[in-house]
Write a protein that binds this ligand. Structure first.
Ligand code: UT7
Length: 340
């Protein structure tokens, strides 16, 4: 009987380039406080958010992805037609099918494999893990990973628990072969028993009945929106994600002292502070705190922060960074990477 020939890819992989896109419209805490009963001080103290970016009508998930991808490709020195695969992490592409990745791939000039992944705020780290494995397995030489969100489309501006948190934006990386290890083992998982802690107000195919419907002044059905059991998610992220961070460092064979940057998902500044403390992160290690300016734009927070830290010189090119994403599912993923 004939045997199947297998393929072998690169021995090692790395992030070759990163690019981000932050929408132009700045939403201040003052503006948010015209929608909900809150204050600039409360929002800053409880979340660390000073402003967030919301996309205009022209800043679609496709346009933001293409912008971020273009920058990542240029930084990597890879052309669109060299991409063997395009992976998009998003929860705000409003079509169940087809995937946003197909449109992005087409715009970038590749017919490579293209698919979306739904892993909430862990989506970017999930994509990095998948892309790295694909390059090692030989199923693609260069893979684009994009985290993009327009959470403003899914935000109930009258919900006190979420209206101030979410933002929009995109970040992208190109992953390809490397002579030395550049992407450490992923530590990832899910806790489906907490499925309901971050979810939609109703499924797309089950709109509420006329009696239950939340309608605006024009009588139109509002939503679905994202809803979150804030405290439960906060506790889970603060404690369990510290453990996951430790494991990712151990799997990569390094300690917190070897890090040149810590880039956690930007969910809440207090969660970041808690992770820094539990990791016993040395003071010289720069920490991503872009939530102050951009809010929580889910799958986009980590690549956007990575680009920002490299641009402003707070993190060094070629340095080691710990990434950790966590969110709806609940799901999480962490890995140590070499910064491009
Ligand atoms: O990205 C995916 C993962 N997401 C996360 O990790 C988010 C995790 N959760 C959080 O970041 C936080 O839970 C929030 C920022 C969402 C909320 O902060 P909190 O400290 O957990 O607030 P809380 O819900 O415990 O509310 C504390 C108090 C309450 O008042 P009382 O009962 O103590 O008098 C709330 O009524 O703050 C009140 N409150 C507000 N006050 C002003 C709740 N929301 C607001 C508000 N403005 N917007």
């Amino acid at each position: 009987m004939a045997t199947i020939r297998e393929k072998q890819g690169a021995a090692h992989t790395r992030i070759m380039g990163v690019g981000g896109y932050a929408p132009s419209r700045v939403i201040t805490n003052e503006e948010v406080c015209t929608w909900i009963d809150s204050s600039d001080e409360w929002i800053r103290t409880r979340s660390g958010i000073e402003s967030r970016r919301w996309a205009t009508d022209e800043e679609t998930v496709l346009e933001m992805s293409v912008q971020a991808a273009g920058k990542a490709l240029a930084a990597a020195g890879v052309s669109g037609d060299q991409l063997g695969a395009v992976i998009i992490a998003t929860v705000s592409h409003m079509h169940q099918t087809p995937a946003l990745a197909c449109l992005v791939a087409d715009r970038l000039g590749t017919n490579g494999a293209a698919f979306d992944i739904s892993a909430g705020c862990a989506g970017f780290c999930y994509g990095v893990a998948q892309a790295s494995d694909m390059v090692k397995a030989g199923s693609a030489e260069y893979v684009l990973v994009v985290g993009v969100e327009r959470l403003s489309d899914l935000t109930d501006i009258h919900d006190r628990g979420t209206a101030f948190i979410f933002g929009d934006g995109a970040g992208a990386v190109v992953i390809g072969p490397s002579d030395t290890p550049g992407i450490g083992p992923v530590v990832w998982g899910s806790e489906g028993d907490k499925y309901d802690t971050i979810t939609q107000t109703f499924p797309w195919n089950e709109p509420p009945t006329a009696d239950e419907a939340d309608t605006g002044e024009d009588g139109e059905l509002r939503g679905p929106f994202l809803q979150m059991a804030g405290q439960a998610v906060f506790r889970w992220a603060s404690y369990q994600m510290a453990e996951v961070s430790h494991k990712a460092l151990a799997e990569a064979g390094i300690t917190a002292h070897d890090l040149d940057a810590f880039i956690p998902h930007q969910a809440n500044m207090r969660i970041t502070d808690r992770l820094v403390k539990v990791l016993d992160l040395p003071e010289h290690v720069p920490v991503a705190r872009t939530i102050a300016e951009f809010g929580n734009n889910s799958a986009a927070t980590i690549p956007l922060a990575m680009e920002r830290m490299l641009q402003d010189g707070s993190a060094p090119h070629g340095g080691l960074a710990l990434l950790i994403g966590f969110g709806a599912g609940l799901v999480y993923a962490a890995q140590v990477v070499t910064l491009p």
